[in-house]
Design a binder for this molecule. Structure first.
Ligand code: HEM
Length: 298
């Protein structure tokens, strides 16, 4: 697989990397010198170790070392500049929503308190690209910041999903999706507003889980950029299902206006900025084309 540029990572594919040669691993030197049984095996370990001093071997080891330094630096940078602030932001907003309404118990409160920050963080992942475009910048295919915001959206959504299964019908979460024995329906899957809200929530949660599981360099390498990007586009549906689920529940619970406004504002801002971003991207693509091509498109 050809090396591709990840943000902050040089485009060196792990598969195409030559074996690491080190003094502590003479076996690797043997590999370099021809391998056992191929006639080019060095006589002694000391000879092999001497080979480690040759410039090409040193250069290779140096590349490997600098790669691991880059990886470590990137990880530390992400932890300090992304994950710590996102942890603080998540904790603050969950606490705020937790205290905002005196709901009946901890489960209901925790479900409520994680729901809104989760939805807003998913919205944020969809706003980063258009926002950068408006500032005249292009977001790389895989941006660490967007990925890390997505990871926190996923964490909060998963907490909400698990806790949310227990808000109603305690201990019988399957009744969120099918009618109970005393509710007589020809079609057993719930097809009322409660069912709609639960199925849309479930779709959103499952998609999020998929996106969360593939939000890493390994998945990007294995899938290849086009397929990985295609997979990540399901984020639009994650948000759409999450928004529909939230509005459904707000209707069921006759939620207070300020909370409905939060959901509506998240949806509206996302739709407007995504539309502007789409138009801007189209314009940039057109400008990048030769003038003769442009005429045929317009
Ligand atoms: C199977 C998955 C899910 C279940 C069972 C579930 C459950 C619930 C429940 C019981 C409520 C109403 C009680 C409450 O306020 O907590 C609710 C509301 C809500 N959920 Fe979920 N949820 C799921 C997935 C999601 C996901 C993935 C998101 C994030 C996008 C989300 C965002 C919301 C929002 C914003 C509300 C509105 C809170 C309100 O005003 O009642 N939910 N969910």
């Amino acid at each position: 697989m050809p090396g591709r540029a990840l943000s902050g990572v040089p485009s060196v594919s792990a598969k195409s990397d030559p074996p690491v040669l080190s003094k502590s691993d003479p076996g690797s030197l043997e590999l370099r010198l021809g391998g056992t049984g191929q006639g080019a095996v060095a006589d002694s370990v000391s000879e092999l170790l001497a080979a480690a001093d040759c410039p090409s071997v040193r250069a290779q080891n140096y590349t490997q070392m600098s790669m691991s330094v880059i990886h470590r630096k990137r990880l530390i940078r992400r932890l300090l500049l992304h994950h710590l602030p996102l942890l603080a932001l998540s904790a603050a907003s969950v606490s705020l929503f937790y205290l905002a309404r005196p709901l009946r118990d901890v489960i209901t409160r925790l479900s409520f308190a994680t729901a809104y920050p989760a939805l807003m963080l998913i919205a944020a992942t969809l706003l980063i690209g258009p926002w950068n475009l408006l500032r005249g910048k292009r977001t790389p295919i895989s941006s660490d910041w967007r990925r890390d915001v997505g990871i926190w959206a996923g964490i909060l959504s998963m907490i909400h999903t698990v806790v949310g299964q227990d808000v109603h019908l305690r201990g019988r979460p399957w009744l969120y999706y099918i009618y109970g024995p005393r509710e007589v329906h020809v079609f057993p899957l719930r097809h009322d507003l409660f069912g709609f809200s639960n199925y849309t929530g479930l779709c959103s949660a499952l998609l999020l889980l998929l996106l969360l599981a593939t939000s890493n360099d390994y998945s990007l390498r294995v899938l290849g950029t086009p397929r990985w990007k295609q997979l990540q586009r399901w984020n639009y549906f994650t948000f759409a299902f999450g928004g529909a689920h939230a509005l459904g529940y707000q209707a069921i619970e006759k939620q207070k206006i300020p909370f409905v406004a939060v959901v509506l504002a998240s949806i509206l801002i996302t739709v407007v900025l995504q539309t502007i971003g789409y138009a801007r991207r189209r314009q940039i693509t057109l400008e990048d084309r030769p003038i003769t091509d442009r005429k045929s498109v317009v």
